[in-house]
Design a protein around this ligand. Structure first.
Ligand SMILES: Nc1ncnc2c1ncn2[C@@H]1O[C@H](COP(=O)(O)OP(=O)(O)O)[C@@H](O)[C@H]1O
Ligand SMILES: [Mg+2]
Length: 227
């Protein structure tokens, strides 16, 4: 498999009135194209901080981060924004759909922001997540699980190389969460998207090709999963 990204000795420190918090404390990681990584760790272990470094939403204090062999921009919001726009998709815990737009319009808007509106592809994506019949509904008229599937379709619409999810099933019951994960895994393999999900939910391990555990800002285990 081809290497997608590499982090070397990444540290992220926060200065707080109580002292320095080492949210990331020497992270070394290689991710290859097509991997589905579940990043597990207790609350406060540094998962969100690490995800924000992957996406260049945040810059590490120290260390080297390369993506497709190029240095990822840091401390430069314009370059970081264009890095994200070109490479990264994001799915959040609370879906973040625009409530005044229909399901279809939520997808079309993202396409427009990315520079090309393509309603045929938008319909394809909604079919991929099993929501073609809900396309004219508003987010408030469908269930949480369905909203998260719309959010997945939306995050895939701009063809990201890397899709990141932060506790994306955290707001769903077990059955719905399974349906959402199945849809996500299938969509990512169809579209050849690499996936990194952070969670504290052990039951998501079955969807991963690799499980990385983090505690106190350090990787404590990193294993391939056999299915
Ligand atoms: N903006 C911040 N300022 C100060 N400390 C922070 C900030 N963000 C996160 N932290 C601290 O960094 C550590 C890791 O946080 P986080 O990455 O949010 O963990 P997780 O997502 O695993 O719950 C925690 O101790 C948290 O309190
Ligand atoms: Mg978090």
């Amino acid at each position: 498999m081809k290497k997608l990204l590499k982090m070397e000795n990444i540290e992220r420190y926060y200065e707080t009135p109580a002292g320095v918090v080492k949210a990331l404390d020497g992270i070394n990681i290689d991710i290859h194209e097509g991997e589905r990584v579940i990043l597990l760790g207790p609350s406060g272990s540094g998962k969100t901080t690490l995800l924000n470094c992957f996406s260049a939403l945040d810059s590490p204090t120290n260390g080297k981060y390369t993506f497709k062999e190029n240095k990822v921009p840091r401390h430069n919001s314009e370059k970081m924004t264009s890095f994200r726009r070109e490479n990264i998709g994001y799915v959040f815990q609370f879906f973040n759909l625009l409530q005044d737009l229909t399901v279809m319009e939520n997808i079309l808007l993202i396409q427009e922001l990315a520079g090309e509106r393509d309603s045929e592809r938008a319909e394809q994506l909604l079919t991929l997540v099993g929501l073609e019949s809900e396309k004219d509904r508003f987010p408030g008229e469908i269930s949480g699980g369905q909203q998260q599937r719309v959010a997945i379709a939306r995050s895939i619409a701009k063809k990201p190389t890397l899709l990141l999810g932060d506790e994306l099933t955290g707001n769903l019951d077990t059955e719905t969460s399974d349906k959402v994960m199945q849809v996500l895994v299938e969509a990512c393999s169809d579209e050849e998207i690499t996936l990194i999900i952070v969670t504290h939910d052990e039951s998501l391990v079955k969807y991963a090709t690799r499980v990385i555990r983090i505690d106190s800002g350090k990787i404590v285990s990193d294993e391939q999963v056999d299915h």
